[in-house]
Design a protein around this ligand. Structure first.
Ligand SMILES: O=c1nc[nH]c2c1ncn2[C@H]1C[C@H](O)[C@@H](COP(=O)(O)OP(=O)(O)OP(=O)(O)O)O1
Length: 208
């Protein structure tokens, strides 16, 4: 049984559209400090697999504001819980000129204790970049378990909050004229960072 390892039920709701019968594992793995999501997700997946003893998928995601050099990025959860999304939006509006571009990024890290066959490998350049960063983060760890990474990103801009769907920063992130919070779960998945990463993971799992 595949476990989606997260304390965030919103992530699991989105994952269910791609993964039949996936169950949430509400486990708070250690998040290392890194400017990139890949190493954080990879380390988390190794720890979660050791804890669960079953195949695990860890989801690390964040909001990267272009004019702030990617802040809050890997620190998005901390910033959401300290400042709050309204304050983030006001800060962006005060400091940056329109169009206030930003991206959501998601890295999924899969670990089931097995090594992965490199041949049927549908991963793209972003996945390989994330994987290389995660590998170097594992340097020196002789027991590092193999982890497979899948990435997704969506571009948009920061706007005043609209909509009440989704979670986290969805109300202040607009893509193609609608905020993610104004979209249905299916509409959000079709364009979102998480939806793209999940689609890659689901097709890789299918082929395996
Ligand atoms: O689709 C999204 N729509 C809106 N906001 C989002 C999304 N995806 C990530 N985010 C935000 C929420 C949180 O502030 C941070 C993720 O932080 P992140 O550490 O990956 O997740 P989390 O703390 O919510 O749960 P957990 O670590 O247990 O999976 O980025």
């Amino acid at each position: 049984m595949l476990r989606y390892v997260t304390t965030n039920a919103g992530k699991v709701r989105e994952a269910r559209e791609y993964l039949d019968g996936v169950e949430q594992l509400d486990y708070d793995y250690t998040e290392i400090q890194s400017s990139e999501l890949g190493p954080i997700a990879a380390r988390g997946a190794r720890e979660a697999y050791r804890h669960a003893g079953e195949p695990v998928l860890v989801d690390d995601a964040g909001l990267f504001v272009e004019g702030f050099d990617g802040f809050p990025g890997p620190y998005s959860a901390f910033v959401e819980h300290t400042l709050g999304i309204d304050a983030v939006q006001r800060l962006v509006a005060r400091e940056l000129d329109a169009p206030r571009r930003a991206a959501f990024r998601c890295v999924l890290a899969y670990c089931d204790g097995d090594a992965f066959d490199a041949s049927p490998d549908p991963v793209d350049r972003d996945d390989r970049t994330a994987a290389a960063a995660a590998d170097s983060a594992a340097d020196g760890d002789e027991d590092a378990l193999p982890v497979k990474l899948f990435t997704g990103a969506v571009r948009g801009r920061i706007v005043e909050p609209r909509g009440d769907g989704g979670f986290g920063y969805d109300p202040i992130f607009e893509h193609d004229g609608a905020t993610l919070a104004e979209m249905s779960p299916t509409e959000k998945n079709a364009i979102s960072h998480r939806g793209r990463a999940l689609a890659k993971f689901a097709s890789w799992l299918d082929e395996r």
